[in-house]
Write a protein that binds this ligand. Sequence first.
Ligand code: F6P
Length: 342
Amino acid sequence: MAVIGVLTAGGDCPGLNAVIRGVTVRAAKIHSAEVVGIRNGWEGLMEGDTVQLDRDAVRGILVRGGTILGSSRMDPYVHGDGLASCAKTIEQNGIDSLVVIGGDGTLRSALRLSQEGLPVVGVPKTIDNDINGTDMTFGFNTAVQIATEAIDRLVSTAESHNRVIVVEVMGRTKGWIATYAGIAGGADAILIPEVPYDIEETAEILRNRHRRGQRYSIVVVGEGVEPPPGATTQQKRKDAFGFERLGGVGFHVATALEQMTGFETRVTVLGHVQRGGTPSAFDRVLATRFGVAAADYAATGQTGVMTALRGLDIVAVPMEEACATIRGVPADIFETATMFFG
Ligand code: F6P
């Protein structure tokens, strides 16, 4: 009987459990394959922390946020010596192929393991929606929904107090959540890392609104934007993988805008609330389809690929393509957002 390993690594995201369930059920029902869950991402693969998964083990998890397997930012190439540090667990569990559910850092490590000879299938996971080769990652839709609901709420309090509210959203180096939630929430300005901004222009957008009698404004800021000139920045902190820890640039933007316009300004940093809780229906479906496809690819030896959404279809794309670049917001989508500024 073939054995498929499955792990979730990097930051969690709504829909992880739906993928685990998809892999497990499909592997058992269609391929008569066994599934071994690896706990806490790469850490569990390096340390031999595993759990047997079957139909009963994945019952009821579809709607649950987070990951039943746990996750970490440990990495076999940062904290170990690549495939060699995972070999014992793979051998002891008889793992024939490994389904790796992760974001860009995780998928890059999966590609390296695959180049070292491990049969790997990647599944693109991140609320940031920045994985190349797929039209969308699961988790993004849920995060946009949460951020949009937050903006809707912030509009009513901003309006009541004649305030500017700066809403900082996640997304690391790309502004997908900021752009989509900004469009959906009717933001008056959106700042994203891909598009350099002039804080004076943003201040002028707000002044113009006030001149026209609109005495409140919502500014959505992607956490990865550069602070405005003159802002005192803290020393950059890193996570266990080596990624820069973000969060807080909204305060610099708010301070600058308040000083430049004289309008009372507040900040809301949405943070991890965007990643927590139950996945949207869209993400449940996408994650389930990714899980089912990943089990098919793993069980039939179609490895070295990542599951991807292209239009309405799930397809296999080479891991190299997935890792070639970090995908940013297309200019035309951001341009649509700018139509409604001010
Ligand atoms: O990559 C997903 C993400 O949520 C980013 O949007 C964010 O910058 C980062 O992870 C936060 O990571 P952590 O949970 O390790 O603080």
